[in-house]
Design a protein around this ligand. Structure first.
Ligand code: DON
Length: 578
């Protein structure tokens, strides 16, 4: 009997553990978490299973992600979150974006352009811990201390190195040779840790314990703040750290077909571009087109080009620059833009930049719970290991978010993105981002939570994944898996994933596209609540080490049984799709 109980317990654990990406969506009766940091999924899944809400789960996962993939996000970086609260039915967004230090000037970077990419002058004032704290203060239901525990456990006991982790560190290891603390902690003798290596980060565990104890201001004042200032040679001063503030912002809102879109406002370009593109595309019956056909790719790519043209020209931190948000997301503007589309040719670009977006300093977490709370967090240190600086004695990797600023109209950043004065460096300003944490609501309730890492590619990945569900009725996993493409105006070329067939490529070339193949266009992490089935679905993106954490705490209902479902009663027997 004892043996049987043990077997049952083990099999429950196996069936309900976080799942890697697959061909079928993950399913849950009581909630769904999806993240690009697979080894961190269990942290939030466990929180949900223990009665925490979506926001608690996202915070726990965000800290765990900082430990599991320290090359892609962490407490030395920043984040955006878009949140829906079931209690009052409202959605809002949190801007915990890194901020230019008081001493940062455009002139310095124009004269020393290399310094914006790595090293002390690439570091912007981090916001992640204060962001997580602000989310917890407003929405948290579990003690803060508890939410830090999974991350502390992973940092002190170790995380097993998987293929993604190994390959990423291999790519960047050579560039760490001038950064001894990062090299010491993140490599094994200067090389990528081998598969199966137990990666322990005791100094980071200590810092996380400090954050657990001190809360939101743990990095803003006190010994860690002093160490950050020292590690950056006072490029980021203790005063910069003490003055940092998160901002609650009114999200960008739009509608597409029968859905409401709620996404990130400036300093992100993501929400504006997403809504702008959906507005244009709402003029077309996409479902009548063949998904992935040249006709379809041409329409979407032209829409991307026009939206990214605006990004380069007039987007930046709206606290410093008058971004015409209302105009950009209006239907009248969509009409003007749609009129520029030529089914037989190109929307012309003005100049070209040969930059390849290819880096991985960002992670995404999507969570939706059984009460109807939802949260999308995208967090970043910008490129792999950010500035490459680890603050000695803390295990904290500092971001290089300054590179998201523009330092001249013709100088592209790591993502190939150019900018204008709208996104020029200024003290206290926040650099323009592409991060697009997004909620989709139907009848005022969240039905999708999505976001992605990968710089400018994020916006295209989110757009296409949403269209795959809304217009093509793909399930969550198929929507995430489907091959993607991306156009960002400059460089004037269409980036496509390898799966596109020769005929489609030839037809696109005949329409004037220069094609570039790239194997990974974003990593969209999609959590869905399906009110008809009364089920949560998850699509984790296999382009990264992504995983779903499905929640199944309620008993499996009999087919004839009526269940309570996010505030309503429903018989679900007929509603599960084939
Ligand atoms: O905020 C931004 O747009 C960039 N710092 C994002 C960088 C990124 O997505 C890195 N990728 N994996």
């Amino acid at each position: 009997m004892k043996k049987l109980i043990l077997i049952l317990f083990v099999s429950t654990l196996v069936s309900e553990a976080a799942l890697a990406a697959s061909f079928e969506p993950a399913w849950g009766r009581d909630g769904m978490l999806v993240t690009s940091v697979g080894p961190a999924a269990w942290a939030g899944q466990q929180v949900l299973e223990n009665g925490g809400n979506a926001i608690d789960a996202a915070i726990a996962t965000a800290f765990a992600a900082a430990v599991a993939h320290p090359f892609s996000s962490g407490v030395g970086g920043g984040m955006f979150a878009v949140v829906h609260s079931a209690a009052d039915g409202t959605s809002t967004s949190l801007d915990a974006r890194e901020t230019a230090p008081a001493g940062a000037t455009a002139e310095f970077y124009t004269k020393n352009p290399g310094s914006i990419r790595s090293g002390a002058r690439s570091v912007a004032v981090p916001g992640m811990v204060q962001g997580a704290w602000a989310l917890h203060q407003k929405y948290g239901s579990m003690p803060w201390e508890k939410l830090l525990e999974p991350a502390i456990k992973m940092a002190s006991e170790g995380v097993r190195v998987e293929i993604w982790h190994h390959n990423v560190v291999k790519r960047v290891a050579e560039r760490l040779k001038d950064f001894p603390e990062t090299r010491r902690i993140q490599t094994v003798d200067g090389m990528a840790p081998p598969l199966g290596w137990n990666h322990v980060q005791p100094e980071l565990a200590e810092s996380l314990r400090w954050i657990q104890k001190k809360g939101g201001k743990a990095l803003a004042v006190g010994p860690i703040a002093a160490k950050i200032a020292k590690a950056t040679g006072n490029a980021v001063t203790e005063l910069d750290l003490a003055r940092y503030e998160v901002k609650w912002r009114e999200p960008i809102r739009g509608s597409y077909r029968d859905y409401e879109i709620v996404s990130m406002p400036p300093p992100s370009s993501g929400g504006i571009l997403l809504v702008q593109m959906l507005n244009i595309l709402s003029r077309y019956d996409l479902s009548a087109m063949n998904h992935g056909s040249s006709e379809y790719v041409h329409l979407l790519a032209s829409t991307m080009k026009m939206a990214f043209e605006d990004r380069a020209g007039i987007l930046g931190d709206s606290d410093f620059y008058d971004v015409p948000v209302e105009k950009l997301i209006s239907m009248a503007y969509a009409d003007q833009q749609a009129a520029r589309f030529d089914p037989r040719g190109q929307v012309k670009a003005r100049s070209d930049h040969a930059q390849v977006p290819d880096d991985d300093g960002t992670t995404h977490i999507s969570v939706i719970d059984k009460h109807g709370n939802a949260i999308a967090i995208t967090q970043t240190i910008n490129t792999l290991f950010g500035s490459k600086i680890t603050v000695p004695g803390t295990g904290i990797v500092l971001n290089n978010e300054m590179d998201d600023f523009s330092i001249g109209p013709e100088l592209a950043n790591s993502w190939g993105a150019t900018g204008s004065t709208a996104n020029m460096v200024a003290p206290g300003k926040r650099p323009l981002s592409s991060m697009t944490p997004t909620l989709v609501l139907q009848d005022g309730k969240p039905v999708m939570v999505i976001g992605s890492p990968m710089g400018t590619l994020i916006i295209s990945a989110v757009l296409q994944t949403l269209i795959n569900v809304i217009d093509f009725d793909f399930d969550a996993q198929r929507a995430v898996n489907a091959p993607r493409f991306h156009h960002q105006w400059k460089p004037d070329r269409l980036t496509i994933e390898p799966e596109f067939p020769v005929e489609v490529r030839e037809r696109l070339q005949s329409l004037g596209y220069e094609l570039r193949e790239f194997s990974i266009i974003g990593a969209a992490e999609l959590a869905v609540f399906d009110p008809d089935a009364c089920m949560f679905w998850g699509g984790a993106d296999g382009r990264r080490d992504s995983r779903t954490g499905a929640v199944n705490t309620s008993p499996v209902p009999r087919p004839s049984e009526t269940v309570q479902c996010v505030g309503t009663s429903r018989n679900t027997a007929e509603a599960v799709p084939d």
